[in-house]
Design a protein around this ligand. Sequence first.
Ligand code: NAD
Ligand code: ZN
Length: 251
Amino acid sequence: MQDLIRRAAEVMKNSRKTVVVTGAGISTEAGIPDFRGENGIYRQLGEDRVMRIINIDFFRHNPEEFYSFYRQYFNFPAVEPSKAHYMLARLEKEGYVAGVVTQNIDNLHQKAGSKNVIPIHGNAEQFVCQGRSCRTRYDASYVENYPETVPRCSACGSVIKPDVVLFGENIYNYADAREMILSAQLLIVIGSSLTVYPLAGFVREFCTFTQDLIIINKGPTYLDHAALLKIDTGTTGAVLEQIYQYLQQKR
Ligand code: NAD
Ligand code: ZN
């Protein structure tokens, strides 16, 4: 492990541009369960059921059922960023990381101080009115305190929707996310099984042009075979901290 960490630091040191891709695994240490890991909701509830409900058509046709499910299982606890989030913010500040593309909707990179973040699946702390000419935004406390299961806009009465990308919807900032990933010399994936498209596709595309992929994840991912280095760990914060220490030594 130590040797892998040292080599990762060396590759980073020599990289002209390093971009980081993160998934739910970076937030489990902050206290938010992932989907596919051992305590993930796919294991608890079944992937088919989750995918059927967390879907834009289901939301439009069955807002009542959508919201009773969403309120029960997607009510993220109010947590602080983990050490890994803080380490990434520091690495960006000191010029080692150019930016982060994340599938997470927990806003923790931004809270930790990362500046150049592309949250392609949105932000679960925000809600947006579905009225075509309204689009008023609300924060989570409005929805939590709303007296009915389905929250409605106080301006126009339309149903409001979590500002997250549901199955069947396009991701946010598709072109910017792809461009940031393909423009990297080194890509570091942290805490993602690389199952969810299109992000997994961007990483795959990156691998056809360059070999400099580092994966830091507990358990296998779909692109382990393409990685220059794979660090299998459940403590991504500690690994990033050690990488940072190596980078400091080499200044
Ligand atoms: P995933 O659930 O498919 O994979 C997470 C990966 O992280 C797994 O391989 C797991 O073994 C690994 N992992 C878990 N804990 C770890 C740890 N402490 N250290 C290292 N690795 C760890 O996640 P995904 O690929 O990001 O896709 C899930 C989808 O669900 C995404 O689209 C995302 O939007 C959404 N999601 C977001 C959150 C969040 O915002 N925190 C949480 C759950 C799901
Ligand atoms: Zn409205």
